[in-house]
Design a protein around this ligand. Sequence first.
Ligand code: ADP
Length: 525
Amino acid sequence: MSWRDACGAGGDGKDFRVLILTPHGRDAVLAQQTLSRTGLPSCVCCDLKQLCQEIAGGAGAVMVSEEALPRAHQGEWGSLFGAEPPWSSLPIVVLLGRRASFHNFPLLRALEIRPNVSFLERPVPRRTLVSALRAAIEARRLQYQIRDALDEQKAANRKKDEFIATLSHELRNPLAPIRSAVHVLRSLGDDAGAKDKADRLLAMVERQTDHLVQLVDDLLEASRITTGKIALKRRPVTLAETIHQAFEISEPLIANGRHNLSVSLDEEPLVVDGDPVRLTQIFANLLNNAAKYTPPEGRIQVSLKRDGERAIVSVADDGIGIPQGMLSQIFDLFSQSDGAAGRMQGGLGIGLALVKSLVEMHGGSVVAYSGGSGQGSEFIVSLPLAATQSDDCELSDGALPMGLQRRVLVVDDEVDVAESLGLLLETMGAEVRVVFSGVEALSCVVEFKPHVAFLDIGMPAIDGYEAARRIRAMREGAGLCMIALSGWGRDEDRARALEAGFDQHLTKPVSADALRKVMASTACH
Ligand code: ADP
């Protein structure tokens, strides 16, 4: 048995026992009785060989009388009793005879310089012996804490390595088709079918880019979860509406799997005080998983009902199920079933951790049930209902006005990024001017007089923050709506942008949908 196994469980009480070795059996029995009266478990060893075996089986301390140690042994305690793991330094109490000679006794000399060894000269008062052994056991307890912390660290490192492997795999998947598409697009001729082919390839690039953006967003969300930086924008929300929104998000996956979706929603509008975007995210994650982990043409059932002052939403499927051993960890960050089936579906093991945090932030709880592999799964979310079930809680993101006839300035030192954003804004009806530096932005604000300006943050010479500060200080910039564009979407990045004078902060790459929403929101600016 290894040291780790020996000391790992602790459940059998061996971790804290005192191993006793004395040459006279009577002394050993007396010592054992004394220890047992003070609540210290012990084990008497009849010889050195047994002591070695028992140490390997787990020990809190060793009490050994000098006469029981081998006289001629030249080496260290370690070579006699086996090497210890780095966290361990087994406490040893040596009972010395009156005339013990360290000089003639190499092992005693070796023990003298070893940490955690106490020498007690006989006759030893009972109190002295007990307190020495108690101190030894306490020292051992601290060592076990270090051992447990090291084990936890090892497990976390293993998980991180697994996660990085999954992440690389997931990032590489969409990159391969994008690269092939670029290659084919370059070599496309101008024959009749070329336009059709290019459209198909561009649609594929768009899908794969969306997927990449989703992965990066998930990663940022994971970092926000672990740092507790998700803030809810609460208002009264009807759950049925957020569930419908979630259906829209998950629809492509459900359609792709040709799943049979059945829905049963309580007729009474159930209103919670929540963040509609985050609530939709909760249900979309559960629906996406149901679709991902259910073989084609499976069944997915969604229900919403009231239970007293709570709303209960269940998302059930008859898919691959969850092994029993996995159920307790399913909501942990980066946790995924070992089975290849789970892994093959793609994903980073973030969705359910996010679901749990978001549900809990809404004062609710979420549990997972499954009969085991192949038995399907059910996720039940319970949320407290709002105190007053209000009527005016429709979601705000209805049809957004397009074709905003506004002057928009785009500033980014990356030419492709700036120009593509400019083109996108033009398709929405804006009059656009694109420049590639903070300095140009300052003069363009004076000359072009934009209503809205999108400014990249990371630019050489004058960065986005500095440009925003200077623009705000100008007469033409006072009423300008400024939007920061940055690859960083943490709360502190947002706060820094607002502090510099920006009105909003968007994380790159900005989707057409997000852009449209921002433009709509700037209309009343
Ligand atoms: P991801 O789907 O990206 O792996 P999640 O956090 O959403 O991450 O899910 C974690 C794991 O839980 C999945 O990898 C899968 O093993 C398991 N799981 C989640 N939902 C289901 C489900 N409906 N049926 C079976 N397994 C599921």
